[in-house]
Design a protein around this ligand. Structure first.
Ligand SMILES: Cc1cc2nc3c(=O)[nH]c(=O)nc-3n(C[C@H](O)[C@H](O)[C@H](O)COP(=O)(O)OP(=O)(O)OC[C@H]3O[C@@H](n4cnc5c(N)ncnc54)[C@H](O)[C@@H]3O)c2cc1C
Length: 348
């Protein structure tokens, strides 16, 4: 029988799978996606996350793919207003981290089972059974729900996700090319009307991660992201004739959600990563907290720590991260009203 079934092959699930496979556990990892993605998403790896990867022997590969220093270039109403150098973080696309983790996992004989969506979870005293959308089922000693903020596992276990969230998107996001724009800077345009556009050069690609205040319709409602919308937003904020965002390979939205699970364990099933906590992106803690959850859960399920200790250790961390990132986001929102300031206000 499988020792642990991991639901979700994002950074959290992949980290847990590597950790447990290195401890000799029989793991399976399933994901509803049909194939890996190439979205930049979480792009800042912090020292805590990197330390976990050192143990897996992949930290050097990840730092070689990423970038350890970067200059944030701030503009206000289209005019260059200041630069800030940032050191000590690893800038890298989330998909690249997932690629390296999948590769490490394959070296341990474990392969992600794509196209496998979990729709049901039941358990008894000895095992957990997960039902898949295609009619199959998997029986395992334990189950880890690493299936992101909308976690099906969390809902199936009846665990509440407490907190608050906005119904409307705060940002449009995506990956775009921007021929003619310098790749030496993380460009951050802020305008006196409160709008913003950020373009961050993603290492190992010719794309930038785009984050911007959404366009609005006549009633003030936020419009969905589009290639044409990205161009209009760029013209409004950057005012840089000759440069245009092009060829989006990822278009998405981000909304403010500050929530955490009221428990991280239900019998033989556990939650980790975004499935257990979501919060503002200021400071770049989402993916990192998930990686550290996974390392703690790996210790517990791998027999190196007490099973009850997992929730006791990580639930207070989740509560702290929610409060801390909320405060960081408030600092950023306040700071960018001043020409020359930018998202570094959330990194301190
Ligand atoms: C624009 C943006 C910028 C960000 N910046 C940062 C940053 O700088 N630093 C940082 O640390 N974080 C950042 N984040 C947050 C980060 O992306 C998330 O915290 C991270 O993806 C969480 O990882 P996870 O593995 O817990 O969940 P996810 O990455 O969401 O992975 C969950 C996986 O579960 C799968 N799944 C879902 N439901 C099922 C099911 N029923 N059955 C099977 N599989 C299922 C999904 O397909 C997915 O692959 C950012 C996010 C965005 C959008």
């Amino acid at each position: 029988m499988t020792d642990v079934l991991i639901v979700g092959a994002g950074p959290t699930g992949l980290t847990l799978a590597c950790d447990l496979a290195l401890r000799g556990a029989a793991v399976r990892i399933v994901d509803r996606r049909e194939e890996p993605h190439r979205e930049s998403r979480g792009k800042t790896l912090r020292p805590g996350g990197l330390k976990v990867f050192e143990r897996f022997g992949i930290a050097d590969r990840i730092t070689a793919l990423g970038r350890s220093s970067l200059v944030l270039r701030k503009y206000f109403d289209g005019v260059h207003a200041g630069d800030t150098a940032v050191e000590g973080l690893c800038l890298i696309g989330q998909w690249q981290i997932e690629d390296v983790l999948r590769d490490r996992l394959a070296g341990l004989g474990v392969h992600v089972e794509f196209g496998a969506r979990v729709t049901g979870v039941t358990q008894d005293a000895d095992a957990v059974r997960a039902e898949l959308a295609d009619g199959r089922s998997v029986r395992a000693g334990y189950l880890a729900g690493c299936d992101g903020g909308r976690s099906a596992v969390r809902k199936l276990l009846g665990i509440a996700f407490q907190g608050h969230g906005d119904s409307e998107q705060a940002m449009v996001v995506g990956d775009v090319r921007a021929p003619g724009l310098s790749r030496d800077y993380w460009h951050q345009w802020f305008t006196s009307d409160g709008g913003a556009m950020l373009l961050c050069p993603m290492p190992g690609t010719d794309t930038f991660q785009l984050q911007a205040s959404p366009e609005r319709d006549a009633e003030g409602g936020a419009l969905p992201p589009s290639a044409e919308g990205f161009r209009r937003l760029f013209d409004r904020h950057a005012r840089m004739p000759g440069v245009r965002p092009a060829d989006p390979t990822w278009l998405s939205t981000w909304r403010v959600n500050v929530r955490r699970a009221d428990r991280m364990r239900e019998g033989r099933a556990f939650l980790a990563g975004d499935a257990a906590h979501v919060h503002p992106i200021a400071g770049g803690f989402g993916m990192n907290t998930g990686i550290e959850d996974a390392a703690a859960l790996g210790r517990a399920l791998g027999g190196a720590a007490d099973l009850d200790g997992y929730e006791a250790e990580r639930l207070p961390v989740a509560a702290h991260v929610l409060a801390d990132t909320t405060a960081r986001m408030e600092r950023v929102v306040e700071a960018v009203r001043t020409p020359g300031r930018g998202i570094e206000a959330g990194l301190d």
